[in-house]
Write a protein that binds this ligand. Sequence first.
Ligand code: SAH
Length: 242
Amino acid sequence: MAKLYVVGIGPGDYDNITIRADRALRDCSVIIGYTVYVELVRSRYRDKTYLTTAMTREAERCRIALDEAKKQDTAFICSGDSGIYGMAALVYELRGEASEPEIEVIPGLTAACSGGALLGAPLTHDFAVISLSDRLTDWDIITKRLKSAASADLSIVLYNPASRGRPEHLRRACDILLDALPPERLCGVVKNIGREGQERYMLSLAQLRDYPADMFCTVFIGNSASRVVGDAFVTPRGYRDV
Ligand code: SAH
């Protein structure tokens, strides 16, 4: 039976793809994904049939992937991890109770990990991951989650901090956080991880409010113990003998 691999390809560079994801991409006949992700892998897996769709046509892309995978092994690629704001859940939902095609989810390095490593070690203690996209989640819920994470002194990773259609979301989120957190709270931004134009910044929460984030940024907000050590963003775990 042919198979659908739902593959997390990591942030974008080949060094950060897993051996398992690489094997699935080499073994499959068809690779499907949003155009930007397809361009990241195309040069390395040349003899494949590529199918692309626009970013917001997720369900259509999943249906095409499920149909294709009934005929031949197909890799449906997502950036980072395929289950974290990725397509894995929708693929299962759309297959429903059908037994075909077989689905294998292949995890990948999510932006919280690859971006965290660029900054240093911002997530060594408990943390929350929150997407600022209100395309599928009401802003009321996003607000509630931001407030809860801040009041629990969690480090926070923000995905989808802004896009062309909603450039002000990061500012709105910072205003909510500034109700509970001090303006000098250590924050970080990583942009284009593993891709051309990779950048990292450390800044305060007050400065983050004015940062012109785009959809290729991932944002880190430290907890009350986070600090800069040398050139690294460090959230200590709390070992006593340092
Ligand atoms: N499945 C992905 C997340 C998809 S949601 C993952 O696990 O990483 C899209 C958001 O992820 C972006 O808006 C950004 O916040 C983050 N992201 C994904 N890839 C990134 C990269 N290479 N550099 C910076 N941020 C990235």
